[in-house]
Design a binder for this molecule. Structure first.
Ligand SMILES: Cc1cc2nc3c(=O)[nH]c(=O)nc-3n(C[C@H](O)[C@H](O)[C@H](O)COP(=O)(O)OP(=O)(O)OC[C@H]3O[C@@H](n4cnc5c(N)ncnc54)[C@H](O)[C@@H]3O)c2cc1C
Length: 393
């Protein structure tokens, strides 16, 4: 097995053959992928070396010290955090080879076509239909809240392929080409003034069967891999001490002593400690993931992340007083990346409201923790054995 020393020397070889200062950014990223140093826990030939995920830190430290470019992970979060692990687990060899390299280098951005106007928390109720025609599937329906659809080349899509069986059983998972003429993307403006997400209309979109991920009717199972990874991707990001939402408010606290009060001090200290505990818990979760896919435990991380972001950004607005209510720019932006802690205090406060909705609402995540982590009795479900077409909508 490749150890830390060998990884270090491989990384130095990459830096010697592709000096960051004189190598085109994309060429460097492709060479890094081909050397197995992109995500070291992925298999050889697919950007990794099949070694524990924890060794990635060795590679990253060498590359950072040498000033090497990264793949701008915040811009391609859905690809890296959700599409890639699903393709890795369920994709054919051909699909893995086609999609993973440009996904990792950021040449191709991904989005997630899951939620619909009538199917968010109850995602399995979705109504977008995919009907088989020869070697293709013809897809018709509407998706909503699709982050990054306006910049995406590909989408992970779940659609109903069999309305005659109960809702969880008639779903199939596909990769959808966002440049297909049947795909229409319309902006949705959020409370922040930005339109980082969209509604997406799918009209007669033809998807070759070769772009199906997993078996026909197994889409719900495949989607669990995406959703479990999504919660870790949102709530379990690797952060330095005082990284994330606690960073800006701590900085203001240090730099602006005139704003301080005793009450705010107590609250800030409490939130600082909770942020640190949450950061270290995420680190432990990542170590548990060294070998496999995340389970429902990621739901707990995502819950803590949403609550802390909202409490901390609320405290920051309070600390700044009137200044905290100022908002720099209300023109509709179409950001290429989502930065929860970016811009000013007012933005952080408003954007954090979405944290307890995206990737599963906090109420639904509490249900998941109760049922699948703590083993408590499940919510009563009356629609488990009813064909989807007979459900009330
Ligand atoms: C910023 C942002 C980005 C997003 N990006 C994407 C994306 O890229 N792709 C995508 O597919 N989706 C995306 N979403 C959608 C997101 O996954 C859904 O909004 C979410 O799952 C909730 O669904 P809903 O909005 O339909 O609310 P509903 O499901 O209608 O929920 C309404 C309320 O009822 C509560 N509720 C529902 N069921 C239960 C229950 N069983 N027990 C207790 N309470 C319950 C909810 O907690 C919520 O408060 C995004 C959302 C946001 C806010």
């Amino acid at each position: 097995m490749t150890g830390a020393e060998e990884l270090r020397s491989r990384t130095r070889e990459l830096l010697a053959s592709h000096p960051p200062a004189s190598t085109d950014r994309l060429d460097f990223l492709r060479a890094r992928f081909d050397a197995g140093l992109a995500w070291v826990h992925y298999p050889e030939g697919l950007g990794g070396l099949g070694v524990p995920r924890s060794l990635q830190a060795v590679v990253d430290a060498e590359l950072e010290a040498a000033g090497a470019p990264d793949n701008d992970p915040r811009r391609i979060g859905i690809g890296l955090g959700m599409a890639a692990p699903t393709i890795l687990q369920y994709g054919t060899e051909e699909q893995k080879r086609r999609f993973l390299r440009p996904l990792w280098t950021g040449e191709e951005v991904w989005c997630q076509l899951f939620s619909e106007p009538g199917a968010g928390s109850d995602l399995a109720a979705l109504g977008t239909r995919a009907v088989r025609e020869g070697d293709d599937w013809v897809v018709n329906g509407q998706k909503v809240w699709t982050s990054s659809a306006h910049v995406a080349r590909w989408a992970i899509l779940i659609a109903r392929t069999d309305p005659d069986v109960p809702k969880h059983r008639g779903i199939t998972y596909f990769v959808c080409d966002m440049t297909d003429p049947g795909v229409e993307v319309r902006p949705l403006r959020q409370v922040t003034g930005e339109a980082e997400f969209n509604e997406v209309f799918l009209t007669g979109v033809r998807i070759p069967d070769a772009r199906r991920l997993g078996e026909i009717g197994d889409g719900w199972k495949v989607a669990q891999t995406t959703l479990n990874n999504e919660r870790v991707a949102i709530g379990g990001m690797r952060l330095p001490r005082e990284g994330g939402m606690i960073g800006p408010v701590s900085k203001t606290w240090r730099e602006r002593p005139e704003l301080r009060t005793h009450d705010l001090h107590q609250r800030l200290l409490k939130l600082w400690v909770e942020s640190e505990v949450s950061r270290l818990t995420a680190e432990r979760l990542r170590q548990q993931l060294v070998a496999g896919q995340p389970g429902p435990e990621g739901a707990g991380m995502k819950l803590a992340f949403a609550r802390l972001n909202q409490e901390i950004s609320g405290l920051e607005v309070e600390l700044l007083g009137e200044e905290g209510l100022l908002y720099d720019d209300w023109t509709m932006r179409r950001p290429e990346l989502v930065d929860f802690t970016g811009r000013e205090a007012g933005y952080r406060y408003l954007r954090s409201k979405g944290n307890s909705i995206e990737g599963g609402t906090s109420e639904v995540l509490l249900n998941i923790v109760a049922e699948r982590v703590l083993g408590l009795p499940p919510e009563p479900r009356t629609d488990k054995d009813v064909a989807w077409k007979d459900l009330a909508r």
